[in-house]
Design a protein around this ligand. Structure first.
Ligand SMILES: [Zn+2]
Ligand SMILES: [Zn+2]
Ligand SMILES: [Zn+2]
Length: 120
């Protein structure tokens, strides 16, 4: 299991469970100004900077670099955060299910349309 998540320091971010969520989060379930529906409770750790953001738009709004996609052979990384129960789980688990493996919260199925923004 590889994980390169880092603490963000001074930038605007909120603590959710064991991590900090960066970007433009609007609540403690990791919803953001871009995605704030009832099922938008996922945040994703980015490979480029090790920071967790609610979405790609949040990353691009505050990061000073382009986002990197997760390569296939690193999708066992535990970088997906469930905003409902604050469990961290792997990209593999996320992509193979529509619900949190820890608490069963269902995820926004529309996120599947955007997986190319995060994963190779
Ligand atoms: Zn980044
Ligand atoms: Zn966002
Ligand atoms: Zn959960």
């Amino acid at each position: 299991m590889s994980s390169a998540l880092t603490d963000g320091g001074a930038e605007s971010s909120i603590p959710i469970g064991p991590v900090r969520v960066h970007g433009l989060p609007v609540d403690a379930q990791s919803r953001c100004v871009h995605w704030s529906g009832p099922h938008d409770v996922i945040a994703i750790g980015f490979r480029c900077c090790g920071r967790i953001y609610p979405c790609r738009d949040c990353h691009d709004a505050v990061a000073d670099h382009p986002a990197k996609l997760w390569p296939l052979d690193e999708q066992d990384s535990q970088v997906i955060l469930c905003g409902e129960c604050t469990a961290l789980f792997s990209i593999e688990e996320y992509l193979s299910s529509d619900a949190c493996p820890a608490c069963g919260a269902s995820f926004n199925p529309g996120c599947r349309l955007h997986r190319h923004l995060y994963f190779a």
